[in-house]
Design a protein. Sequence first.
Length: 346
Amino acid sequence: MVSHLDKLFFAKHLAMMIKAGLPLKEGVATIEEQTASKKFRRILRDVVKRLENGESLGESLARYPKIFSQLFIDMIKMGEQSGNLERNLDYLADQIEKSFILRRKVISAMIYPVIILTSTFGLGAALSLFILPKLIPFFKSLKVELPLPTKILLFITELIQNYGLFFLFGAILLISFLIIISRLRLVRLISHKIILKMPVAGTVSKNLNLALFSRTLGTLIRSGISKVEALNITAETLNNLVYQKEIKEICSKVQSGKKISSYLKAKKKLFPATFSRMVMVGEKTGNLEQSLFYLSEFYEKEVDNTTQRLSTILEPVLLIIIGLIVAFIAVSIISPIYQLTRGLQK
C-alpha cells in the first residue's frame, strides 16, 4: 500500500529538484532511492525505465491507476504540456497535504469515543465472564428476594455464559454482511444520504465535502485544466456519493453553457447560499480559483471547529454512560448483600 505521505513526499521533492535544475529522470531516481516503501520504490523504478524509453511522467504514472488518482495524473500531464511541471507539482503537494490533514482531523475526533466505548463494553464483558459467574451461586443461595438490577445482571451473565459463542458468531456474521453490502453503490448512496441528515455527523460530512470540492476544483483550474474536466476529476475525489452525483450534474450543465453558481443556487441543502454566492462572484470577476480557495479555507476551519466541539460535547456524555454502567453493576452486586445484612441484623 502506498500512503498519502509517500505521494506527498514524491510531489513536493520532485518539484524542488526540478526547480534546482535536476533532470526529471534523475529526480524520480533520487526519490526512489530515498523512499522507504518497497512497493512505491518498485513503481518509481519502473517509472524511471519508462522515462528512459521516452514516455512522459504522466503516461508512466497513469499505468498505476490504483496508486495515483486521476487528479494526480491529470495535473502532472497538464504541467508537462504547459511546461510548468514544477508549479503543478507544488499545487498537487499542497492539495494532498490539505486533504490528508482534513481527513485526519475527522478520524482523530472519532477515535476517542470509539476507544472509550469499546473499553467500557470490554470491561463489562470481562466482569460478566470472569467475576460475576463466581457470585451467581452465592446470590442464588441467599434467602432474600433479589432486587431487579441484580436479576437483570444475573440474566445477562447467564445469557453470555450459555450462548456467548452464538452471540460472537452472530456478531461476526452480521459485521461481515454489513461490510459486503456496504460496497454496493445503492447501499452506499442511501447511507451517505442518511449521514448528511444526521445532526452532528451531517454537518461534519457536509463541511468536509465542501472543503475538498472547493480546494480540488480550485487547484485543477489554477493548473490550467478546463472547468468541465476539472469538475469530472473533482467528483471522483469525493467519498460522498450524493456530492459526486451533484457535481457530475453540474458538469453536464457547464457543458451546455451554464455557470456553476446557477446550479448551486438550486441545491441549497448541499451548497449553502454563502458557497454559491462566492462561486458566482468568482465567475463574474474571472477569479474563480481564488474564491474556491477562500471557501476551502473557510470550510476547513469549520470542520476543525466542529470536530473540536464534538470532542468537548462527547466527553461528558461518555463519562455519564460509563458512570451509569459502573453504577448499575455496583448496585446489582451490593444490593443483595445489603439486604442480607439487614435480614441478619433483624
